[in-house]
Write a protein that binds this ligand. Sequence first.
Ligand code: FAQ
Length: 320
Amino acid sequence: MSAPTLDRPTDEAALQRQFEATIAADRRVEPRDWMPEGYRRTLIRQIAQHAHSEIIGMQPEGDWLLAAPSLRRKAILLAKVQDEAGHGMYLYSAAETLGADRADLTDKLIEKKQKYSSIFNYPTLTYADVGVIGWLVDGAAICNQVPLCRSSYGPYARAMIRVCKEESFHQRQGYELLMTMMRGTPEQRAMVQDAVDRWWWPSLMMFGPPDDDSPNSAQSMAWGIKRHSNDELRQRYVDMTVPQAEFLGVTLPDPELRLDPDTGRHRFGAIDWSEFKAVLAGNGPCNDERIARRRAARDDNAWVTEAATAYAEKHAGAVA
Ligand code: FAQ
């Protein structure tokens, strides 16, 4: 029997110390490394929620694929929605490195045992919503996800680097669409303003509950999974977005929104957390519709999964 080395301790207390040293030195934890069970569970929870958000997040914009106003807009939207599918796949792969099973995660989503972002439970009523999702929803996603590129878990952090590059393109395409509409007719400008009015507050809720009501933040930050608190990122998003709204020529629907000259940050009105809680409880405008469609996609396409699995097994046998 070989003696334990300094690099690979075998007793739990030493493994815990080594894990803590990795976190303290801001190095990445990798799938082969020992990790506390709570760290693994927290990562699976967050990464699964994130993956589900990307997959369910294809639906609100996907609803407009057949009604895009031009071939150019359809090609752009199709590429964006496909990117979101890709993000979901990277994230499910990252969850698999922690021992999660992808089919099981999908089942948990459909059975409402795991969450996805509240934002995707709102309807897309006009084509301006496609632009506003790109600008505000992808903008919020970037604010939240750029710090996750430095998350302590290696596969998650690396997935975020590519995801953020693509989200950045998504945000710009949304803003470009809105700029085009704002240069159009009074009706088009009104559509943009109406979409901003409906999406602004839900976009602020994407960052999660306020810090004093966020049960997971403290531990997730101590473990380096999250780098900033929910309120810090929300504030950063507001500060980033207000000048963009001014340039675009729209009004953000918050009479209390103003620049605080002392801090250089924007103060904003109270968020309606009862709406957030209702959406999380399944009572948003589109919760049932989103899950029903995901369930149908799983069930109707089960034969594709079975065929691909059979092919992979046959191929693995041939190679061996
Ligand atoms: N919606 O203690 P905390 C995108 C839950 S991707 C639903 O603060 P945590 C790309 C939370 O899970 C958008 N649930 O939790 C795209 C927890 O529940 P649990 C998704 C929410 O994890 C763009 C409970 O509340 N992005 O948009 C929400 O420390 C356009 C207590 O909350 C990510 O997932 C919410 N908004 O912080 C796609 C980013 N907020 O599990 C298509 C990664 C909180 O204990 C089109 N995730 N909850 O039962 C994170 O950064 C974190 O998980 C937070 C929440 C910040 C979302």
